[in-house]
Design a protein around this ligand. Structure first.
Ligand SMILES: [Zn+2]
Length: 115
């Protein structure tokens, strides 16, 4: 997997036995129960599985409201939740997205440019 400066990667774990990629450090693989899990970086890009608009945000995000929360099926396999960038095109289910910002608590996605 190549490095794309426009799209940061996400830290995941990969099972050394079956290859399943998962979002969090777990004691065992959810697929095969192996405990041989290795940290791995995966590209933060995928497809919108679902989204919702937050109009009354928690206090710490109030200056951003309204904003969209997107559920993204990553190309690498896991499903993650993030925020849609304020300058992104509107979310739609099935749309391709990539992350523009990642930190431990906040992943911000934007829609890929349409052809
Ligand atoms: Zn496994």
């Amino acid at each position: 997997m190549g490095t794309d400066v426009r799209s940061p990667s996400l830290q995941m774990v990969r099972c050394a036995q079956c290859g399943r990629v998962d979002t969090a450090m777990r004691p065992v693989c959810a697929g095969c129960l192996s405990s041989d899990l290795q940290p791995v970086s995966v590209p933060a890009r995928g497809v919108v599985a679902s989204y919702t608009t937050i109009r009354r945000a928690p206090t710490q995000f109030r200056d951003r409201q309204p904003y969209d929360i997107v559920v993204v099926d990553l190309d690498a396999g896991p499903r993650v939740t993030g925020r849609l960038s304020a300058d992104s095109a509107p979310a739609s289910i099935g749309a391709r997205v990539h992350a523009v910002h990642v930190d431990h608590a906040d992943t911000v996605f934007t829609l890929d440019e349409q052809p």
